[in-house]
Design a binder for this molecule. Structure first.
Ligand SMILES: Nc1ncnc2c1ncn2[C@@H]1O[C@H](COP(=O)(O)OP(=O)(O)OP(=O)(O)O)[C@@H](O)[C@H]1O
Ligand code: SF4
Ligand SMILES: [Mg+2]
Length: 424
């Protein structure tokens, strides 16, 4: 059993303008002693997911449905008394901005001691000793003297380290770090991450690291969740996400960060803006910004599909290689999903949608010839091989994962007059 099991979590804010669906069906596991990264652009629902786990949502926010099990205990609906025993003691959080979490009118020592007295059975003397010990642990020098100082007397990096000390003082099972290094310069950021990694190994806790910085993920995380519009679009080990991305949004994020390979070249930010959470589209939420969007993407959301045992993604591109001309237009196309939708037969017109671009002009299609349904190129399965003759297509219900792994990352030329999304 995983330490934390989140299943189909839906959290909304009920505002005068309507229901803001901030988290839409998020599911993940966090294993003991592991670091899970949650990445995504601003507004993708990273913090609201964390606040839902801790149940510290603003008054307009509500967990609409789903389950959050911590060490076997259901937290959704557990009530405030039960949550008070968990917050700070067993699950701690470091917030985005340390200044908003530290009280400017109290000394650091008092704030640390209060946290320890509140969450443990220590007396005042023991709490003081523990506070000093924690400051030393996070590399604050002269900790006894520092205990008597106020937050404004510390630099940004030191304040963030104090927040870490406060969160770890009660030795939680899970530390949620919500963008803990965003406000810091690169050198201090690296020091804080190094510190968190060594504390995690020393204390044996699990960490949820929320960030929009893929560099942080690479440095720290075992597993990564990529969020867009309140949903998980891709999930896998850090290696899989970095070296074998299977969602167009993740590919876009990766194209927008500097690497040794991109030195001297212009980085490519993802164009467009995130969707309006008050009016969620029916299909893939990334479709309006996706260069490779197909008709099916606008009409229907893709289930998360298993790419391999370490990797899942919710992108129709991963279904394409399983299609052949034979399946297009046939009344009983192949099974296009595994996982929850396994064995579902899609009708031919549906399958055909996977081979068509939407009737819209995007910056990439503008001025170019967008192939029509009948213009499917010969290498439709992206393997370079000719398509099988009609009648020799993939058997209905056949598992598409094998071909998907080998081909979908190099998707290109299927729907576009020029290369697909993977090129720069
Ligand atoms: N109190 C609120 N009322 C209405 N909408 C809210 C509220 N809090 C958050 N939201 C909305 O929920 C969505 C998810 O917000 P969240 O704070 O989780 O984003 P995030 O991924 O953490 O972004 P960032 O990287 O900027 O911190 C956003 O669209 C946000 O506008
Ligand atoms: S190809 Fe379709 S499903 Fe995949 S990210 Fe683009 S719009 Fe979404
Ligand atoms: Mg946030």
């Amino acid at each position: 059993m995983a330490l934390l099991e989140v299943r189909d979590l839906h959290t909304s804010f009920f505002t005068p303008a309507g229901e803001v669906k901030a988290v839409n069906g998020v599911s993940f596991n966090l294993e003991r002693r592991k670091v899970l990264g949650i990445v995504g652009e601003s507004g993708s629902g990273k913090s609201v997911t964390a606040y839902s786990v801790m149940q510290i949502l603003e008054s307009t926010g509500k967990i609409v449905s789903g389950s959050v099990k911590f060490d076997g205990q259901e937290l959704v609906g557990a009530g405030e008394r039960a949550m008070k025993k968990i917050r700070g003691n067993r699950i701690s959080i470091i917030f985005q901005d340390p200044m908003t979490s530290l009280n400017p009118t109290y000394t650091i020592g008092r704030q640390l001691m209060e946290a320890i007295l509140l969450h443990t059975n220590r007396n005042r003397r023991q709490a003081r000793e523990r506070a000093v010990e924690m400051l030393r642990l996070v590399n604050i020098n002269e900790p006894e003297k520092r205990m008597r100082q106020y937050p404004f007397e510390f630099s940004g990096g030191m304040r963030q380290r104090i927040m870490i000390a406060m969160a770890l003082a009660c030795e939680p099972d899970i530390l949620i770090a919500d963008e803990p290094t965003t406000a810091l310069d690169v050198t201090i950021q690296a020091q804080i991450l190094e510190l968190m990694k060594s504390l995690q190994e020393e204390l044996g806790m699990a960490i949820i690291m929320i960030t929009h910085d893929l560099g942080v993920v690479a440095q720290l995380c075992d597993e990564v969740i990529v969020m867009y519009a309140g949903s998980i679009c891709e999930q896998g080990t850090a290696d899989e996400i970095f070296y074998n991305p299977k969602h167009e949004y993740t590919k876009g994020l990766l194209r927008s960060i500097p690497t040794a390979d991109t030195a001297g070249r212009r980085l490519k930010p993802i164009s467009g803006t995130p969707i309006d959470l008050l009016n969620m589209p029916k299909g893939c939420p990334f479709a309006p910004r996706c260069d490779n969007a197909m008709k099916i993407c606008l009409r229907e959301r893709c289930e998360r599909t298993r790419i391999n045992e370490d990797h899942q993604a919710a992108c129709w591109m991963n279904k394409k290689p399983s299609l052949t001309l034979d399946s297009v237009g046939r009344a009983d196309g192949p099974s296009l999903t595994d996982g929850p939708g396994a064995g579902v037969m899609f009708p031919g017109p549906f399958a055909a949608d996977l081979l068509e671009t939407p009737d819209r002009e995007t910056p990439r299609t503008r001025g170019r010839v967008v192939p029509m349904p009948g213009d499917v190129p010969a290498d439709v399965n992206n393997s370079g091989a000719e398509l099988p003759a009609p009648g020799a297509g993939q058997a209905p219900g056949a598992d598409s994962t094998e071909s998907m792994n080998n081909t979908s990352q190099t998707d290109s030329g299927l729907n576009h007059a020029e290369g697909g999304g993977g090129d720069d």
